[in-house]
Design a protein around this ligand. Structure first.
Ligand code: ATP
Ligand code: MG
Length: 336
Protein backbone atom coordinates (compact mmCIF):
# COMPACT_ATOMS: atom_id res chain seq x y z
CA UNK A 1 0.00 0.00 0.00
CA UNK A 2 0.91 3.67 -0.32
CA UNK A 3 3.23 4.97 2.38
CA UNK A 4 1.82 7.22 5.09
CA UNK A 5 5.22 8.72 5.69
CA UNK A 6 8.14 8.93 3.33
CA UNK A 7 11.25 10.68 4.60
CA UNK A 8 13.86 11.34 1.93
CA UNK A 9 17.38 12.57 2.49
CA UNK A 10 16.39 14.46 5.63
CA UNK A 11 19.06 16.63 7.16
CA UNK A 12 18.50 18.56 10.40
CA UNK A 13 21.18 20.84 11.79
CA UNK A 14 21.90 22.75 14.96
CA UNK A 15 24.14 25.74 15.20
CA UNK A 16 26.37 25.29 18.21
CA UNK A 17 28.95 27.96 19.05
CA UNK A 18 28.99 29.20 15.48
CA UNK A 19 29.41 25.70 14.05
CA UNK A 20 26.78 23.72 12.26
CA UNK A 21 26.30 20.14 13.37
CA UNK A 22 24.05 17.67 11.53
CA UNK A 23 22.08 15.74 14.15
CA UNK A 24 20.24 13.98 11.33
CA UNK A 25 22.28 13.64 8.19
CA UNK A 26 20.51 12.37 5.09
CA UNK A 27 18.10 9.73 6.35
CA UNK A 28 15.45 7.88 4.34
CA UNK A 29 12.52 6.14 6.01
CA UNK A 30 9.16 4.80 4.83
CA UNK A 31 6.16 3.84 6.95
CA UNK A 32 3.05 2.17 5.52
CA UNK A 33 -0.39 1.82 7.09
CA UNK A 34 -0.45 -0.70 9.92
CA UNK A 35 3.32 -0.89 10.01
CA UNK A 36 5.61 -0.16 12.96
CA UNK A 37 9.12 1.06 12.26
CA UNK A 38 11.52 1.20 15.20
CA UNK A 39 14.38 3.68 15.38
CA UNK A 40 17.20 2.45 17.59
CA UNK A 41 20.69 3.61 18.41
CA UNK A 42 22.77 4.90 21.29
CA UNK A 43 22.07 8.15 23.03
CA UNK A 44 22.70 11.14 20.77
CA UNK A 45 22.34 9.22 17.50
CA UNK A 46 19.50 11.47 16.29
CA UNK A 47 16.36 9.49 17.09
CA UNK A 48 14.48 12.27 18.84
CA UNK A 49 15.62 14.89 16.36
CA UNK A 50 14.15 12.67 13.63
CA UNK A 51 10.76 12.47 15.36
CA UNK A 52 10.79 16.18 16.23
CA UNK A 53 11.61 16.97 12.59
CA UNK A 54 8.53 15.06 11.42
CA UNK A 55 6.39 16.94 13.92
CA UNK A 56 8.18 20.18 13.08
CA UNK A 57 8.74 20.75 16.77
CA UNK A 58 12.39 21.64 16.46
CA UNK A 59 11.82 25.25 17.41
CA UNK A 60 12.03 24.28 21.05
CA UNK A 61 15.47 22.94 20.31
CA UNK A 62 16.58 25.61 17.79
CA UNK A 63 17.23 23.00 15.11
CA UNK A 64 16.53 23.58 11.42
CA UNK A 65 15.69 21.15 8.63
CA UNK A 66 18.06 22.18 5.89
CA UNK A 67 17.52 19.47 3.29
CA UNK A 68 15.21 16.68 2.20
CA UNK A 69 11.49 16.02 2.29
CA UNK A 70 8.96 14.46 4.67
CA UNK A 71 6.01 13.37 2.55
CA UNK A 72 3.01 12.65 4.74
CA UNK A 73 -0.38 11.34 3.63
CA UNK A 74 -3.11 12.80 5.84
CA UNK A 75 -6.59 11.56 6.64
CA UNK A 76 -7.86 13.45 3.60
CA UNK A 77 -5.70 11.17 1.46
CA UNK A 78 -3.58 14.07 0.25
CA UNK A 79 0.19 13.90 0.47
CA UNK A 80 2.05 16.97 1.69
CA UNK A 81 5.68 17.77 2.31
CA UNK A 82 5.87 18.61 6.02
CA UNK A 83 9.23 20.33 5.52
CA UNK A 84 7.64 23.19 3.60
CA UNK A 85 4.17 23.22 5.15
CA UNK A 86 3.04 26.45 6.83
CA UNK A 87 2.81 26.51 10.61
CA UNK A 88 -0.97 26.86 10.57
CA UNK A 89 -1.42 23.72 8.45
CA UNK A 90 1.15 21.95 10.57
CA UNK A 91 -0.89 22.74 13.68
CA UNK A 92 -3.87 21.03 12.03
CA UNK A 93 -1.80 17.93 11.35
CA UNK A 94 -0.35 17.66 14.85
CA UNK A 95 -2.75 15.84 17.09
CA UNK A 96 -5.26 15.37 14.29
CA UNK A 97 -3.40 13.37 11.61
CA UNK A 98 -0.30 12.54 13.64
CA UNK A 99 -0.47 11.56 17.31
CA UNK A 100 2.52 11.82 19.62
CA UNK A 101 3.52 10.03 22.79
CA UNK A 102 6.73 11.02 24.55
CA UNK A 103 8.83 9.49 27.28
CA UNK A 104 7.69 11.81 30.02
CA UNK A 105 3.90 12.14 30.06
CA UNK A 106 4.11 15.42 31.97
CA UNK A 107 5.62 17.08 28.87
CA UNK A 108 2.40 16.41 26.92
CA UNK A 109 -0.01 16.95 29.79
CA UNK A 110 -0.81 20.39 31.10
CA UNK A 111 -0.76 20.35 34.91
CA UNK A 112 -3.49 22.98 35.28
CA UNK A 113 -6.25 21.23 33.30
CA UNK A 114 -8.05 18.01 34.13
CA UNK A 115 -7.28 14.96 32.03
CA UNK A 116 -10.80 14.97 30.60
CA UNK A 117 -10.62 18.64 29.61
CA UNK A 118 -7.31 18.13 27.83
CA UNK A 119 -8.59 15.25 25.73
CA UNK A 120 -11.88 16.93 24.97
CA UNK A 121 -10.09 20.16 24.04
CA UNK A 122 -8.31 18.34 21.25
CA UNK A 123 -11.64 16.87 20.09
CA UNK A 124 -13.32 20.27 20.21
CA UNK A 125 -10.56 21.89 18.15
CA UNK A 126 -10.07 19.18 15.54
CA UNK A 127 -13.47 17.51 15.51
CA UNK A 128 -15.68 20.45 16.42
CA UNK A 129 -17.40 18.48 19.17
CA UNK A 130 -19.39 20.39 21.77
CA UNK A 131 -18.25 20.50 25.38
CA UNK A 132 -20.49 17.75 26.68
CA UNK A 133 -19.82 15.47 23.67
CA UNK A 134 -16.11 16.11 24.08
CA UNK A 135 -16.12 15.08 27.72
CA UNK A 136 -18.16 11.94 26.94
CA UNK A 137 -15.71 11.00 24.19
CA UNK A 138 -12.79 11.62 26.56
CA UNK A 139 -14.28 9.28 29.16
CA UNK A 140 -14.75 6.65 26.44
CA UNK A 141 -11.12 6.99 25.39
CA UNK A 142 -9.79 6.76 28.95
CA UNK A 143 -11.83 3.61 29.38
CA UNK A 144 -10.48 2.26 26.10
CA UNK A 145 -6.85 2.67 27.22
CA UNK A 146 -7.63 0.72 30.37
CA UNK A 147 -7.96 3.44 32.99
CA UNK A 148 -10.34 2.11 35.64
CA UNK A 149 -13.08 4.39 36.86
CA UNK A 150 -12.59 6.56 33.77
CA UNK A 151 -15.33 9.08 34.54
CA UNK A 152 -13.82 9.99 37.90
CA UNK A 153 -10.28 10.05 36.45
CA UNK A 154 -11.39 12.39 33.67
CA UNK A 155 -12.15 14.97 36.35
CA UNK A 156 -8.70 14.71 37.92
CA UNK A 157 -5.47 16.62 37.29
CA UNK A 158 -2.34 14.91 35.92
CA UNK A 159 -0.58 14.86 39.30
CA UNK A 160 -3.44 12.81 40.74
CA UNK A 161 -2.61 9.89 38.41
CA UNK A 162 0.21 7.35 38.65
CA UNK A 163 2.98 7.41 36.01
CA UNK A 164 1.49 4.45 34.15
CA UNK A 165 -1.98 6.01 34.19
CA UNK A 166 -0.61 9.32 32.96
CA UNK A 167 1.04 7.55 30.05
CA UNK A 168 -2.26 5.82 29.27
CA UNK A 169 -3.91 9.24 29.34
CA UNK A 170 -1.39 10.65 26.85
CA UNK A 171 -2.03 7.67 24.60
CA UNK A 172 -5.77 8.39 24.84
CA UNK A 173 -5.01 12.00 23.94
CA UNK A 174 -2.78 10.99 21.03
CA UNK A 175 -5.49 8.70 19.67
CA UNK A 176 -8.41 11.05 20.28
CA UNK A 177 -8.63 12.27 16.70
CA UNK A 178 -7.89 8.90 15.12
CA UNK A 179 -4.49 9.77 13.62
CA UNK A 180 -3.04 7.78 10.70
CA UNK A 181 0.45 7.99 12.18
CA UNK A 182 1.59 7.64 15.78
CA UNK A 183 5.03 8.83 16.81
CA UNK A 184 6.18 7.35 20.09
CA UNK A 185 9.54 8.48 21.48
CA UNK A 186 10.62 6.16 24.32
CA UNK A 187 7.01 5.96 25.53
CA UNK A 188 7.67 3.29 28.13
CA UNK A 189 11.21 4.09 29.27
CA UNK A 190 10.11 5.93 32.40
CA UNK A 191 7.80 3.11 33.50
CA UNK A 192 8.51 -0.05 35.46
CA UNK A 193 8.72 -3.32 33.54
CA UNK A 194 5.22 -4.61 34.25
CA UNK A 195 3.53 -1.33 33.34
CA UNK A 196 5.82 -1.07 30.32
CA UNK A 197 4.60 -4.43 29.01
CA UNK A 198 0.98 -3.43 29.53
CA UNK A 199 1.44 -0.13 27.69
CA UNK A 200 3.18 -1.88 24.77
CA UNK A 201 0.38 -4.42 24.52
CA UNK A 202 -2.13 -1.62 24.57
CA UNK A 203 -0.36 0.36 21.86
CA UNK A 204 -0.10 -2.72 19.68
CA UNK A 205 -3.76 -3.59 20.10
CA UNK A 206 -4.87 -0.04 19.30
CA UNK A 207 -2.57 0.13 16.32
CA UNK A 208 -3.90 -3.13 14.85
CA UNK A 209 -7.45 -2.04 15.41
CA UNK A 210 -6.91 1.30 13.67
CA UNK A 211 -4.34 0.34 11.07
CA UNK A 212 -2.14 3.27 12.07
CA UNK A 213 1.47 3.55 11.02
CA UNK A 214 3.86 3.91 13.93
CA UNK A 215 7.32 5.36 14.36
CA UNK A 216 8.64 3.92 17.60
CA UNK A 217 11.84 5.29 19.13
CA UNK A 218 13.52 3.12 21.72
CA UNK A 219 16.80 1.99 23.29
CA UNK A 220 15.38 -1.40 24.05
CA UNK A 221 15.92 -4.14 21.47
CA UNK A 222 13.50 -6.42 23.30
CA UNK A 223 10.82 -3.84 22.73
CA UNK A 224 11.77 -3.66 19.05
CA UNK A 225 11.42 -7.43 18.72
CA UNK A 226 8.04 -7.21 20.38
CA UNK A 227 6.50 -4.32 18.56
CA UNK A 228 8.18 -3.49 15.23
CA UNK A 229 7.99 -4.86 11.70
CA UNK A 230 11.04 -3.01 10.49
CA UNK A 231 13.98 -1.45 12.27
CA UNK A 232 16.29 1.41 11.36
CA UNK A 233 19.56 1.56 13.28
CA UNK A 234 20.97 5.06 13.68
CA UNK A 235 24.54 6.07 14.33
CA UNK A 236 25.79 9.66 14.43
CA UNK A 237 22.81 11.02 12.51
CA UNK A 238 22.67 8.37 9.81
CA UNK A 239 20.77 5.13 9.32
CA UNK A 240 23.51 2.50 9.15
CA UNK A 241 21.27 -0.53 8.75
CA UNK A 242 17.60 -1.04 8.01
CA UNK A 243 15.39 -4.02 7.29
CA UNK A 244 12.72 -6.36 8.65
CA UNK A 245 13.26 -6.88 12.39
CA UNK A 246 13.42 -10.68 12.21
CA UNK A 247 16.01 -10.59 9.46
CA UNK A 248 18.18 -7.82 10.91
CA UNK A 249 18.22 -9.45 14.36
CA UNK A 250 19.01 -12.86 12.93
CA UNK A 251 21.57 -11.75 10.37
CA UNK A 252 22.80 -8.21 11.04
CA UNK A 253 24.91 -6.78 8.22
CA UNK A 254 26.51 -3.84 9.97
CA UNK A 255 29.15 -4.10 12.72
CA UNK A 256 27.29 -1.50 14.79
CA UNK A 257 24.08 -3.54 14.73
CA UNK A 258 26.12 -6.65 15.54
CA UNK A 259 27.56 -4.81 18.54
CA UNK A 260 24.13 -3.75 19.73
CA UNK A 261 22.85 -7.30 19.45
CA UNK A 262 25.89 -8.99 20.91
CA UNK A 263 25.00 -9.21 24.56
CA UNK A 264 21.36 -9.87 23.85
CA UNK A 265 20.20 -13.21 25.17
CA UNK A 266 20.50 -15.87 22.46
CA UNK A 267 17.92 -14.82 19.93
CA UNK A 268 14.83 -16.42 21.29
CA UNK A 269 11.26 -15.41 20.88
CA UNK A 270 10.10 -11.85 21.19
CA UNK A 271 8.38 -12.68 24.46
CA UNK A 272 11.61 -14.11 25.85
CA UNK A 273 13.44 -10.91 24.97
CA UNK A 274 10.65 -8.90 26.47
CA UNK A 275 10.71 -10.93 29.67
CA UNK A 276 14.45 -10.52 30.07
CA UNK A 277 14.14 -6.83 29.26
CA UNK A 278 17.09 -7.03 26.87
CA UNK A 279 18.74 -3.63 26.58
CA UNK A 280 21.41 -2.17 24.36
CA UNK A 281 24.76 -3.41 25.66
CA UNK A 282 27.75 -1.12 25.86
CA UNK A 283 29.90 -1.13 22.76
CA UNK A 284 33.56 -0.35 23.45
CA UNK A 285 34.53 3.24 22.67
CA UNK A 286 32.41 6.33 22.50
CA UNK A 287 29.93 7.87 20.11
CA UNK A 288 31.92 10.50 18.21
CA UNK A 289 31.09 14.15 18.65
CA UNK A 290 28.92 15.36 15.79
CA UNK A 291 31.01 18.51 15.66
CA UNK A 292 34.09 16.45 15.00
CA UNK A 293 33.20 13.38 12.95
CA UNK A 294 36.00 11.26 11.52
CA UNK A 295 36.38 11.06 7.74
CA UNK A 296 34.60 8.10 6.14
CA UNK A 297 32.44 5.79 8.23
CA UNK A 298 31.64 7.40 11.60
CA UNK A 299 31.69 3.97 13.28
CA UNK A 300 35.16 3.02 11.96
CA UNK A 301 37.05 4.17 15.11
CA UNK A 302 35.06 1.62 17.16
CA UNK A 303 34.84 -1.07 14.53
CA UNK A 304 36.81 -4.32 14.71
CA UNK A 305 36.35 -4.81 10.96
CA UNK A 306 37.49 -1.36 9.82
CA UNK A 307 40.01 -1.11 6.99
CA UNK A 308 41.69 1.93 5.43
CA UNK A 309 38.94 2.20 2.82
CA UNK A 310 36.39 2.66 5.62
CA UNK A 311 38.18 5.82 6.77
CA UNK A 312 38.23 7.40 3.34
CA UNK A 313 34.61 7.82 2.28
CA UNK A 314 31.22 7.48 3.97
CA UNK A 315 29.86 4.15 2.73
CA UNK A 316 26.59 4.34 0.82
CA UNK A 317 23.64 2.19 1.94
CA UNK A 318 24.26 -1.10 0.09
CA UNK A 319 21.26 -3.28 -0.67
CA UNK A 320 21.64 -6.63 1.10
CA UNK A 321 18.37 -7.52 -0.60
CA UNK A 322 15.22 -5.63 -1.63
CA UNK A 323 14.23 -4.87 1.97
CA UNK A 324 17.50 -4.81 3.82
CA UNK A 325 20.33 -2.29 3.56
CA UNK A 326 23.69 -1.71 5.25
CA UNK A 327 26.12 1.20 5.22
CA UNK A 328 29.11 -1.09 5.56
CA UNK A 329 31.44 -1.74 2.65
CA UNK A 330 32.31 -5.13 4.18
CA UNK A 331 28.78 -6.34 4.83
CA UNK A 332 29.29 -9.48 2.74
CA UNK A 333 32.35 -10.55 4.74
CA UNK A 334 31.26 -9.76 8.25
CA UNK A 335 28.17 -11.88 8.68
CA UNK A 336 28.25 -13.40 12.13
P1 ATP B 1 18.61 9.67 23.43
O1 ATP B 1 18.61 8.19 23.25
O2 ATP B 1 19.53 10.11 24.51
O3 ATP B 1 17.24 10.25 23.57
P2 ATP B 1 18.64 10.62 20.67
O4 ATP B 1 19.10 9.59 19.68
O5 ATP B 1 17.19 10.86 20.78
O6 ATP B 1 19.29 10.25 22.09
P3 ATP B 1 18.78 13.35 19.86
O7 ATP B 1 18.02 14.00 20.94
O8 ATP B 1 18.07 13.13 18.56
O9 ATP B 1 19.41 11.96 20.33
O10 ATP B 1 20.07 14.24 19.62
C1 ATP B 1 20.99 13.96 18.58
C2 ATP B 1 22.09 14.98 18.61
O11 ATP B 1 21.58 16.23 18.19
C3 ATP B 1 22.70 15.23 19.96
O12 ATP B 1 23.78 14.39 20.21
C4 ATP B 1 23.18 16.66 19.85
O13 ATP B 1 24.46 16.68 19.27
C5 ATP B 1 22.23 17.27 18.85
N1 ATP B 1 21.22 18.12 19.51
C6 ATP B 1 20.00 17.78 19.91
N2 ATP B 1 19.34 18.83 20.45
C7 ATP B 1 20.21 19.87 20.39
C8 ATP B 1 20.16 21.24 20.78
N3 ATP B 1 19.07 21.77 21.34
N4 ATP B 1 21.25 22.00 20.57
C9 ATP B 1 22.35 21.49 20.00
N5 ATP B 1 22.47 20.23 19.59
C10 ATP B 1 21.42 19.42 19.79
MG1 MG C 1 15.85 10.88 22.37
Amino acid sequence: SEPILEISNLRTVFRVRGREIAAVNGIDLVIRPGETVALVGESGSGKSVTSLSVMRLLARRIGVIDNGSIRFRGKDGKTKDLVTLGEEEMRQIRGNDIGMVFQEPMTSLNPVYTIGDQISESLRVHRRLGRREGVEAAVGLLDKVGIPDARRRAGQYPHELSGGMRQRATIAMALACDPTLLIADEPTTALDVTIQAQILDLMQALQRERGMGMLFVTHNLGVVAEIANRVAVMYAGRIVETGPVAEVFKAPRHPYTMGLLKSMPRLGTASEMKRTGAKLPAIPGMVPSLADLPAGCAFAPRCAFARDACRQAMPALSPVNDHHGSRCIRWQEISA
